[in-house]
Design a protein around this ligand. Structure first.
Ligand code: BG6
Length: 485
């Protein structure tokens, strides 16, 4: 299948840090369809050769195992082309169209890897230039808006030029193999589904912890904060996959309809419940991995006295028959003790315990990163003989599945998967506009309540697990976070 992939923002960060390495891996794995061209567009003048040399240099910063050899790069670089464009000049889009039409590839993917404030301009111009035919798809990177109104505005512009199934909104968490495994776990196995409900599950925790700080992105981050950066998209997408009803087919819309229902069932926040059920924090100087690190307010380009949150923990509920009353806790933060993304499903305790000693409920831990796997925590008799009262106390044991090890050679990275899906027109792992808007609708009361709140975020020491209030939040329901057990 011949394809043309156009990267707007072709010299930018996202292109060389994520997209080019992913495209190279796809090519190296033999997964990139033959007959493809990758066209980078940006503002400055350069030749194809100069662009290829520029990207070659940037590969030096990629993990060693993912760097091309000279021979490999010489071949891969043949796919790369470059074109100067001024994104507000209609004639430049006509030029692009002529370049694409001259070959007439079956599929054209237009990837907007620019700053999001340019999306409306680019999408509008693409429509006017007729670069929106049925064989064209447009890929939009987050952040898509900063609240419901701005997201709706972007979607309106996109809808004016493209049909919904032509617009692919990326949430790169959906490309992670562990997230796809979550679907496989729930809907490819009969084992868990009968237990996947309030009668057997006591609570669910989703943690997306990072040990990095905001780095050089202080200005962007300060306008964004953890709620918009991680919860509105990544954490809520994970929650929908955990809580959704089984879709009738594996088609994109069947899945997205079910995810949307979950988003619509989330308990709405009021100013009172934001105060009670949402904890926001901001890191102070501390130590991460043995190294002293600055506090958020000392980071580059962060304005003095900023009250932007770098940590959020919250409790919510999915208000339907399956999940009524089951707390869902979401937590994310920068400069936490570890990089650790996982979902913990806490099952209920046995209704009538007959063994002495530990009374520990079963737990399923879905590990997203740094490891990708599953742990099932059970209780077992060690076989060490009876204790005083005639029964052996049970001991915790776990079944541990390491997907990285099991499937090492077949693994495909997040962006690689999403780029290949965009080219092939598989929409399952992209976010539909109504999902995205509903997620904004749900987080907006939190943003609103914080604007009225004069207290600001609670402080936590870099390298810790966030403010103590986050532990108190779960302790109210008799729970603890995974690292506190
Ligand atoms: C991005 C956020 O969407 O996800 C970043 O903007 C964050 O702030 C990143 O660091 C985390 O992604 P990953 O794949 O490293 O967990």
């Amino acid at each position: 299948m011949a394809f043309d992939l156009v990267l707007f923002g072709g010299t930018g960060d996202l292109t060389w840090r994520k997209l080019m390495p992913a495209l190279f891996q796809a090519w190296r794995h033999g997964k990139l369809p033959a007959g493809g061209r990758i066209l980078a567009v940006a503002r400055d003048e350069r030749s194809d050769e100069a662009y290829r040399a520029y990207i070659r240099e940037k590969f030096a910063g990629v993990d060693e195992a993912k760097q091309p050899t000279d021979e490999e790069y010489a071949q891969f670089a043949q796919l790369l082309h470059y074109r100067r464009m001024d994104l507000s000049t209609p004639g430049d889009y006509q030029g692009l169209k002529a370049w694409l039409d001259a070959r007439g590839a079956e599929t054209v993917v237009l990837f907007l890897a620019t700053s999001p404030h340019l999306f409306p301009v680019i999408v509008g111009q693409l429509g006017q230039a007729g670069l929106n035919g049925p064989h064209v798809r447009v890929v939009l990177e987050k952040p898509l808006g900063h609240d419901l109104a701005s997201a709706q505005q972007i979607n309106q512009v996109v809808r004016a030029a493209f049909r919904e199934e032509q617009a692919l909104r990326i949430d790169h968490y959906l490309g992670k193999p562990a997230v796809q495994n979550l679907m496989a776990l729930r809907f490819g196995n009969a084992l868990f589904e009968p237990l996947w409900r309030r009668e057997s599950i006591a609570s669910i925790q989703i943690t997306l912890a990072e040990s990095i700080g905001v780095g050089s992105r202080g200005d962007f981050y300060d306008r964004t904060g953890a709620l918009r950066d991680m919860i509105q998209n990544h954490a809520l997408q994970l929650l929908t996959m955990i809580a959704m009803e089984p879709p009738s087919t594996a088609d994109a819309d069947a899945i997205r309809d079910e995810k949307l229902k979950v988003l619509r069932s989330l308990k709405p926040f009021t100013p009172e419940t934001v105060g009670r059920d949402v904890v926001r924090g901001q890191y102070k100087a501390g130590t991460v991995g043995g190294q002293p690190v600055a506090g958020y307010l000392e980071e580059l380009k962060v304005p003095a006295g900023s009250t932007t949150e770098t940590f959020v923990a919250m409790r919510t509920e999915v208000q339907n028959w399956r999940w009524a009353g089951v707390p869902f806790y979401l937590r994310t933060g920068k400069r936490l003790a570890a990089r650790d993304a996982q979902i913990v499903v806490n099952f209920r305790e046995v209704p009538h315990p007959i063994f002495p000693g530990t009374r520990r409920a079963n737990q399923l831990v879905i590990k997203l990163q740094p490891e990708d796997g599953l742990e099932l925590h059970l209780l077992a008799a060690k076989g060490g003989g009876a204790s005083l009262n005639g029964h052996e106390a049970l001991s915790p044991v776990s079944l541990d599945l390491d997907f990285d090890k099991a499937f090492a050679t077949d693994r495909v990275g997040g962006y690689e998967r999403l780029l290949l899906d965009a080219i092939a027109g598989r929409l399952n792992l992209f976010v539909r506009s109504d999902e995205q808007e509903q997620a904004w609708r749900w987080v907006e009361p939190i943003l609103h309540a914080w604007r009225q709140d004069t207290v600001g975020p609670r402080h936590y020491v870099a390298g810790s697990w966030g403010p103590a209030a986050a532990s108190a939040l779960v302790a109210r329901d008799g729970c603890t976070w995974a690292e506190e057990q």
